[in-house]
Design a protein around this ligand. Structure first.
Ligand code: SF4
Length: 343
């Protein structure tokens, strides 16, 4: 019998919608005037550095980390909104190597919801016109059916039909984000990347938008990558969580495992920093996160987390940790877990 082909994470490739392998995103920093005079080449910054991530069909995966960890660059690379190397397999096809026509077809199946909903909407278009434009460009609906489809999209995201005649400037942040979600849903995508979609909203509105994502993901069986700096938000919404630090995924696993039994010292300190969590009685105290992350342009040698890690050992200062390895139900990349099975 032939062995099943497996993607990253060990799942059969047929179960995977997104299979990211060794993904890197590099930016060249602008040069100072002195460097220009000396004809020094611009320095490179690895925003994403050899990331692996697998997302199964119908699954919501959370990607968490502090600002500057590379999570937004990773999300944008999945939609080819920023240049990247490595592989991004979507339903078996590497989207980083697709031609223009295939890329357009891919973008019908994969959509992004952005952090700043107002900036992502054209102020000249009324809400109804913006949604109709998407339907027209992708030739998804017959002309006479467009008004009905626009009304249905607004209803799906909890907005009354009268919002079709409003302009983005006249909407609240939460209403704008609902329109952003409706626009993403207009192409009936299978995969949605939501990049910090609630971080610009008031706390009470955040809960409403999170519940909307939760409902949509369940009702439409959407596959989702939910990017956030807030582990609590991700735990509320996602079945699995990946944790990023300075361009690398340092831990991934089932959301409850990451939340209640974090293995990597960075994940432990993220969990400890959460303000509103009831943990089981008897849980040992986790270390708190000290200091700021270093610049991605000046990563420390060895393990990039070592200057902030309460468990740092000599090896951590010199050698990068082994690639991500299975530890119980999760997987982590850390010298504390050297002998476990490769994930
Ligand atoms: S490899 Fe070392 S420094 Fe890095 S997280 Fe693990 S114990 Fe801490």
């Amino acid at each position: 019998m032939r062995a099943l082909a497996r993607g990253h994470g060990g799942w059969p490739v047929n179960d995977l919608l997104v299979d990211v392998r060794d993904l890197s995103v590099r930016y060249t920093l602008s040069r100072s005037f002195a460097d220009l005079l000396r004809r020094k080449p611009g320095r490179e910054l690895a925003a994403v550095d050899g990331a692996h991530l697998a997302i199964r069909k119908g699954e919501a995966v959370g990607l968490v980390g502090e600002s500057g960890s590379g999570k937004s660059s990773l999300g944008r690379a999945l939609l080819r909104l920023t240049p990247a190397t490595g592989e991004v397999r979507f339903d078996g096809t590497d989207v980083l190597r697709q031609d223009r026509r295939s890329l357009l077809a891919y973008r019908k199946r994969a959509q992004m919801v952005f952090q700043d909903p107002l900036a992502s909407l054209n102020p000249r278009f009324k809400v109804g016109e913006a949604l109709a434009e998407v339907l027209r460009v992708h030739r998804l609906t017959r002309r006479e059916e467009i008004p009905g489809r626009v009304a249905a999209l607004l209803d799906t995201v909890g907005l009354d039909t009268e919002f079709a005649d409003r302009r983005p400037r006249g909407l609240s942040g939460g209403q704008c984000q609902r329109v952003g979600i409706a626009r993403a849903l207009a192409v009936e995508p299978e995969f949605i990347i939501a990049d910090e979609p609630v971080s610009a909203l008031d706390l009470s509105i955040q809960a409403q938008i999170l519940n909307l994502f939760l409902r949509l993901q369940r009702e439409m069986q959407l596959t989702m990558l939910f990017i956030s700096h807030d582990l609590g938000v991700v735990h509320h919404l996602c079945q699995r969580v990946a944790v990023m630090y300075l361009g690398r995924i340092v831990e991934e696993g089932p959301a409850d495992e990451i939340f209640y039994h974090p293995k990597h010292p960075y994940t432990q300190s993220l969990v400890e920093a959460m303000p509103r969590v009831e943990f089981p009685k008897g849980r040992r105290e986790l270390p708190r996160l000290e200091g700021e992350p270093p610049s991605p342009a000046d990563k420390p040698p060895g393990c990039a987390f070592h200057p902030r890690c309460p468990h740092v050992m000599d090896a951590c200062r010199q050698d990068p940790p082994p690639s991500i390895r299975r530890v119980g139900a999760a997987a982590t990349a850390c010298h504390l877990y050297p002998e476990t099975e490769k994930a």
